[in-house]
Design a protein around this ligand. Structure first.
Ligand code: ZN
Ligand code: ZN
Length: 248
């Protein structure tokens, strides 16, 4: 009872400090159970196929080549990547509030998009484990949580997946990639990850999960270390992705 009262008081204090506004549009959400307002949900743009068979960028060619102009350079190490919504302005604000604005409660609604993506793009696929893209320990200390892992906590509850949070480790931090060319991005993340326990990787099928796909080089590098340790198949799913008409 006392614990409950303290929780209510802390919540009231937090609401005063950070009024529960929708991160997409700033609308008052104090009466809502969902931290994202219904209008913003409706304004999200779901990616529609046909898609590049490898990176999942929308294309006009139904039977296009295996790689497209938007695939990571050089050739991606993952077998397949899909994303749920466009990295539009609203999504940028939501993800920014989630990662940098202390709105950790956004993990749950964002995980709903991941769940939708799993059902839509990977129904019938067998994955032995789901792997969140790891953060470097210094970044983790600063942010206090890994945005991908936090979403997976909710996805795991919903879908009963096995989440392997410590199979891959980020051994060095990487620089922001928005101003880099394809090859520079590749060099930036090369060697940034390592496998912690190869016996948990050999012959297994993985799904890597992240919040946003911009260039695809980061998830490709995670896929590369998994493949180097004998992973049989590596797919990727992200909540949002930058596209040619909505770049990061
Ligand atoms: Zn809104
Ligand atoms: Zn592609």
């Amino acid at each position: 009872m006392i614990g409950h009262s303290i929780a209510s008081i802390s919540r009231a204090v937090l609401d005063l400090l950070y009024p529960p506004v929708c991160p997409g549009c700033g609308a008052d959400c104090s009466e809502e159970s969902d931290p994202i307002c219904s209008e913003c949900w409706h304004r999200l743009i779901y990616l529609r196929g046909p898609f590049c068979r490898t990176c999942g960028h929308p294309t006009t060619e139904i039977h296009g080549p295996a790689l497209c102009d938007n695939c990571p350079v050089p050739q991606p190490a993952f077998d397949r990547c899909r994303s749920v919504v466009q990295y539009c302005e609203i999504m940028k604000r939501i993800i920014h509030a989630y990662k940098f604005g202390g709105r950790r409660c956004l993990a749950k609604p964002l995980s709903r998009l991941l769940f939708w993506g799993c059902q839509r793009y990977y129904a019938g696929e067998r994955f032995d484990a789901i792997v969140p893209v790891p953060l470097h320990s210094a970044r983790l200390r600063e942010r206090e949580f890994n945005q991908a892992a936090e979403m997976l906590l909710h996805l795991k509850e919903k879908a009963g997946f096995t989440v392997e949070e410590s199979i891959v480790r980020r051994i060095r931090p990487t620089e922001p990639q928005s101003q880099m060319t394809g090859m520079e991005r590749h060099t930036n993340v090369a060697g940034a990850f390592e496998i912690v326990d190869a016996s948990k990787v050999r012959g297994r099928r993985f799904l890597i999960v992240d919040d946003v796909l911009t260039t695809g080089n980061t998830v490709s590098e995670v896929a590369q270390v998994l493949k180097n340790s004998g992973a049989q198949f590596v797919s990727v799913l992200t909540v949002a992705r930058a596209t040619a008409n909505h770049p990061s």
